[in-house]
Design a protein. Structure first.
Length: 197
């Protein structure tokens, strides 16, 4: 009986050790070539860029944001955007990476008009008839996680409902509300702007 208990305890320790090693982020001893772009998305998945700036000292702590873009032009016209000082100019300035992950469709936020033609090949001299159809834009819930780029340590995690419900210029497929610039500013200011010991 003791032998089985001992073997069970050893198995649990080995499994725990394997899980710990497998769950560690992949450490990359270099930086992406640019201070923005898809290479930094690797932090959202499981990569730590060990040459990135540490999350310490005076703010602002430059951040790269991924996910939950708005549907249309509403976000472009928004005046309350994160300040330019949040955007890294060089790769070695990137400190934080924010990742928005889709969680759920909540309800229909808007009906976006889609102009179509009944006849693609009208007869000579006739005028194609216009139809007005709509596609639903869904209010969408996201989970936003903020990571330190250097270690991939989680700095914060929050649930957010996208407030950008503006219709895109060419509606198609499944459309979701996005996280607006003003929302990003409110969500991230305390992590980007604050001084850290």
């Amino acid at each position: 009986m003791r032998t089985w208990l001992l073997l069970g305890a050893v198995a649990v320790l080995v499994a725990g050790g394997i899980w710990y090693v497998v769950s560690l982020p992949t450490k990359v001893d270099r930086l992406p070539a640019q201070a923005y772009g898809k290479d930094w998305y690797a932090v959202c998945e499981d990569t730590a860029y060990t040459k990135a700036a540490p999350y310490e000292g005076r703010g602002p702590h430059e951040i790269v944001i991924f996910g939950a873009p708005g549907g249309g032009a509403g976000d472009v016209a928004e005046s309350d955007k994160p300040p330019a000082t949040w955007q890294p100019r060089r790769p070695e300035q990137v400190t934080l990476v924010a990742c928005a992950e889709f969680e759920d469709l909540l309800d229909v936020a808007a009906e976006c008009p889609v102009g179509g033609r009944r006849s693609l090949y009208p007869t000579f001299g006739s005028r194609p008839e216009r139809t007005t159809a709509t596609l639903s834009l869904w209010r969408t819930a996201y989970k936003v996680t903020v990571y330190e780029a250097r270690t991939r340590d989680e700095v914060a995690s929050m649930d957010v409902t996208g407030q950008d419900t503006s219709c895109p210029y060419s509606p198609s497929g499944l459309m979701r509300s996005g996280i607006s610039s003003a929302q990003w500013k409110r969500l991230l200011a305390r992590y980007v702007e604050a001084d850290r010991d």
